[in-house]
Design a protein. Structure first.
Lengths: 317, 312
């Protein structure tokens, strides 16, 4: 959000006239009163149901609270010590980073390509756009269910096609082997994030002034040259924003993992959010669950600051 | 069209002086440009169709699956993309008659509508305050709200489930009505700031000169002008609530209280028994209407994203 002008610097002549006319400004006109009043409900909502639970999660992580014993007794950092001794935690952390990094690299490349397709003019564009946006507009749990069926161990149509063409002898068991399961989870997450990232990048593409591209075309620049020397440099900040949004959606999300693999086989696809869920909600160890989830926070902070910097850069474009 | 760079504009000028070329050379260069143009078009169509296929395959296959007989579906030798036995609608009617799908859909709908209502009531004044009213703390507050948007449910669901049970809302769809605005309000404020800033200040100042108070100008002039943006925010916020999974999973266990997002995967999969045709029917039937609404408003989301916090 861009900084406002100095308070009172704007519209003073108008307000002076009104003040002169009415003698005294009504409450419904006084900005110093209205501005905080208008903001109050949003601030109260966020303090009550975001800030408070956040500090409650901190308190949970420093206590011995469980689903069976809801009282909070201070135990210091012992939850964190227990987590650091837990190999599954380290595995989840590694998986989270891998899952996010690979998904993001794929997303940037594919979303950029998709955005270029979507801003072009061609017949049946609306139909293509409808299909292309489906992965993002469908509730993620249902999209994951559709993929669970695509990746079925026996009836997967992917395996059937590969068998028909003679690439494989027997089924691959997408979700049953460590590496394939990870690859599947990454593929589905990428499939889902790319349309969102493409839409954000489109916003940046549309904002490139036409005359820059026209001038380049007149100077004889081809598609690739224009891509590397005009489109990509000019849309870099918006690509940054799209990537970071995608990264946050990816490393804080557990839906794909929960539905496709439940973290399996034997934690090969366990990520921090899903591990926090299994520990905290299904296992009832609220304290450790909260402590695991809190590890997302530093990562999140870094991503958020990076987004803001990209946004600032965009303003100067 | 030139914007995408996929094809050079018609009658493109050669980089060297035309005067130096003889007629044959000009002709050759013209046909080279035409060939490149045709290749570019072909590449574009190929890429577009490929993208649509990759994106839609699970849903296309889901649509075929939902009409398949068990004997057809559960034979690994059968072509999965064709009907080897004539199609049946029984699994779709099973979804409506024998499962709580309609209850889930109804829950999603009324939770979504209530949440959208709360969101607008809270976010519109907040966005107006940040976009228009002079306030010393507007800038840091705007950034603060942006940060809240980035705090994910996964960070809060464990402590929020305690808050929800303290409020007596455990196992009730009302817990979602109370909690979902925390997801929708920040992003709606962010989008609305952009739409509100796009309305010229003169319009509301004129309204105030004409005798409206600031609040009156906001209600009678600003809100009607921002209506297209508000519609976009309504759809966006509704979609966010329909997508939400983790809170619903953590807060609610009785099946009659579930939303589509958690109801379908948890109730239509019983241990090792998967009602595959009905599951796919549910996925497709929910996906298509939401995608339609979204496509109608895509242009507006794009402007919203660019204008949000980016432009002043």
């Amino acid at each position: 959000v861009e900084a406002k002008e100095h308070p009172g610097a704007r519209a003073t002549p108008l307000e002076a006239i009104r003040a002169a006319v009415h003698g005294r400004r009504a409450l419904a006109d006084r900005e110093s009163f209205l501005a905080p009043l208008f903001l109050l409900p949003a601030v109260v909502y966020i303090l009550a149901l975001v800030a408070f639970p956040f500090f409650l999660a901190l308190a949970f992580s420093l206590s011995d609270v469980t689903a069976g014993d809801p009282s909070l007794d201070w135990v210091g950092l012992s939850n964190f010590e227990a987590i650091f001794d837990d190999p599954v935690f380290w595995r989840s952390l590694r998986n989270t980073l891998l899952f996010t990094a690979v998904t993001m690299v794929l997303t940037v490349i594919l979303a950029k390509a998709l955005a270029l397709i979507l801003v072009a003019n061609f017949r049946f564009k609306r139909i293509v756009r409808f299909f292309v946006l489906l992965p993002w507009t469908t509730p993620i749990a249902l999209a994951a269910v559709a993929w669970l069926w695509m990746l079925d161990s026996v009836y997967s149509p992917i395996d059937w096609t590969l068998r028909e063409f003679g690439f494989i002898e027997s089924n691959l068991y997408w979700l049953g082997k460590d590496n394939l399961a990870m690859a599947s989870v990454i593929a589905v997450q990428t499939w889902r994030i790319v349309p969102l990232a493409a839409v954000i990048i489109m916003a940046g593409l549309v904002a490139i002034p036409d005359d820059i591209n026209d001038a380049a075309a007149i100077d004889g620049a081809g598609f690739w040259r224009k891509l590397w020397e005009i489109t990509i440099p000019l849309t870099l900040p918006v690509i940054g924003v799209a990537t970071l949004f995608g990264a946050i959606l990816t490393f804080t999300d557990m839906t794909v993992v929960y539905i496709l693999t439940r973290g399996g086989p034997t934690n090969a696809t366990q990520v921090l959010p899903s591990y926090a869920y299994f520990k905290g909600i299904e296992g009832g160890d609220l304290a450790q669950g909260a402590a695991i989830a809190l590890f997302l926070f530093p990562l999140l902070l870094v991503a958020a600051i990076a987004i803001l910097r990209s946004v600032r850069k965009m303003e100067t474009l | 069209m030139a914007r995408t760079g996929i094809e050079p504009p018609a009658g493109v000028r050669a980089p060297v002086g035309l005067a130096a070329m003889d007629a044959a050379e000009v002709e050759r260069s013209r046909s080279r440009v035409a060939t490149r143009r045709r290749l570019g078009r072909a590449g574009l169509y190929l890429a577009a169709v490929g993208a649509a296929l990759v994106a839609a395959t699970p849903f296309v296959w889901g649509t075929i699956t939902m009409f398949k007989e068990d004997a057809d579906l559960y034979n690994p030798q059968n072509n999965p993309f064709a009907f080897n036995i004539s199609p049946t609608g029984e699994h779709v009617s099973f979804l409506f008659d024998e499962t709580k799908f309609l209850t889930f859909a109804g829950n999603t709908l009324w939770v979504g509508l209530l949440v959208v209502g709360i969101t607008l009531a809270v976010a519109l004044p907040a966005a107006y305050s940040l976009a228009r009213l002079n306030m010393r703390w507007a800038s840091p507050l705007g950034i603060g709200i942006f940060f809240v948007y980035l705090i994910p449910p996964t960070l809060l669901f464990i402590s929020l489930s305690r808050v929800v049970s303290t409020l007596g809302l455990q196992d009730s769809t009302w817990s979602l009505v109370a909690i979902y605005p925390t997801i929708t309000i920040p992003v709606s404020v962010w989008l609305l700031i952009g739409f509100l800033k796009a309305i010229p200040r003169d319009v509301e100042e004129q309204a105030m000169v004409d005798g409206y108070s600031r609040v009156g100008a906001f209600r009678r002039v600003v809100i009607p002008l921002a209506l297209p943006g508000i519609v976009a925010v309504v759809v966006f916020a509704f979609t966010l609530t329909a997508h939400e999974f983790i809170y619903a999973l953590a807060f609610i266990s009785p099946s009659t209280e579930k939303t589509v997002s958690i109801g379908v995967p948890t109730e239509l999969i019983r241990g090792d028994v998967f009602f595959w045709q009905s599951l796919q029917a549910a996925a497709v039937l929910v996906a298509v209407p939401i995608a339609f609404a979204f496509n109608l408003l895509l242009e507006r989301f794009i402007t919203g994203f660019t204008m949000g916090a980016v432009k002043t």
